[in-house]
Design a protein around this ligand. Structure first.
Ligand code: BV8
Ligand code: ZN
Length: 258
């Protein structure tokens, strides 16, 4: 049974002409990709994700951190985009100029058909040298053991420094071009849909607030309350893979695979 969407939300999407969709870990949860809130398991259970996703952690124990990212990469490889990702791609297809801004480092938006999502926090599939920043090739993804393992990072072909994941770690600046694109889109949109983010990590959490401050309407899709409740005109409390297809169907009547 699809999620019941208030007619007001459907009307907002149906009327919108310049749309931004902001996504966080929650949109990939139903694809089996753990969120940042979910406690870490196996080798990493005694660590906090926010502590592991730092330059310091990589410096202190590169094999542990590289192993963590290889484990996440193999989990994403096994995952499939869900109906939430598909609904985002459907909005893009329906309303030209829609900008998808994600905090996720997985490639599920692309695999669902999204053309050029803005990855604010990088990607699991763009490793580079931690010394000279030269892009590095990814070793074939192995099926990492469920509990994870330490994996020594490959060495840079140019300077032999350890290769690091192409993600933005805490304390590191976001890619300027991506941040600019996200802020520009938020500043000129008439509707921003924020999906599956706790709205706690900055500057990403600023994006929906920029849109609201400049007069756009914000719809939030999240089973739980978040600080973004304060800027959301409409809160759709439910899982993305149920709510988003229902919202698209309610707005445009074309049924989405649920
Ligand atoms: C920087 C990549 C400076 C790595 C990530 C202002 C105020 C306070 C702190 C700061 C501030 N400005 C900066 C900071 C510090 C810090 C920060 O924000 N700290 C927070 C935690 C307090 N920010 C930084 O360090 C940033 N860099 O500031 O640099 C600088 C500037 C110039 C020069 C030098 C330095 C960098 C931040 C990026 C870090 N990298 N990821 C990796 O993935 O390993 S962040 C990572 O965590 C994710 O990308 C994401 O952004 C965040 C997790 O948040 P969510 O995606 O929202 O996921 P979460 O698990 O939290 O929540 C899931 C939500 O989904 C929940 O609400 C849940 O209810 C919901 N949900 C669950 N299931 C479903 C669902 N929703 C829908 N459907 C479902 N089925
Ligand atoms: Zn190098």
């Amino acid at each position: 049974m699809g999620h019941v969407v208030p007619p007001e939300a459907a009307a907002l999407l149906e009327r919108a002409r310049r749309i931004v969709v902001v996504t966080g870990a929650g949109i990939s949860a139903e694809s089996g990709v753990p969120t940042f809130r979910d406690a870490l398991t196996g080798l990493w259970q005694r660590f906090d994700a926010q502590a592991l996703a730092t330059p310091q952690a990589f410096e202190d124990d590169p094999d542990l951190v590289w192993g963590w990212y290889e484990w996440r990469r193999s989990a994403v490889r096994r995952a499939r985009p869900n109906a939430g990702h598909a609904a985002v791609a459907a909005i893009e297809a329906r309303v030209p100029g829609t900008v998808v801004v994600t905090q996720n480092v997985d490639d599920l938006h692309e695999r669902a058909g999204s053309t050029d999502p803005v990855h604010l926090h990088g990607s699991l599939f763009a490793p580079r040298c931690s010394g000279c920043s030269r892009p590095a090739s990814l070793p074939d993804v192995a099926d990492e053991p469920a509990g994870g393992r330490r994996v020594p990072p490959p060495r840079c072909a140019a300077c032999a420094a350890p290769v690091r994941p192409g993600v933005v770690w805490f304390g590191e600046a976001l890619p300027q071009a991506a941040l600019d694109r996200a802020v520009e889109a938020a500043a000129s949109c008439d509707l921003l849909v924020t999906v599956g983010t706790s709205g706690l990590v900055y500057p990403a959490a600023e994006i929906p607030q920029v849109a609201a401050r400049l007069g756009a309407t914000v719809i939030q899709v999240n089973p739980d309350e978040t600080p973004l409740d304060a800027v959301a005109e409409v809160n759709l409390r439910g899982p993305a893979a149920r709510v988003l297809p229902a919202l698209v169907a309610a707005a445009w009547g074309d049924t989405m695979p649920t």
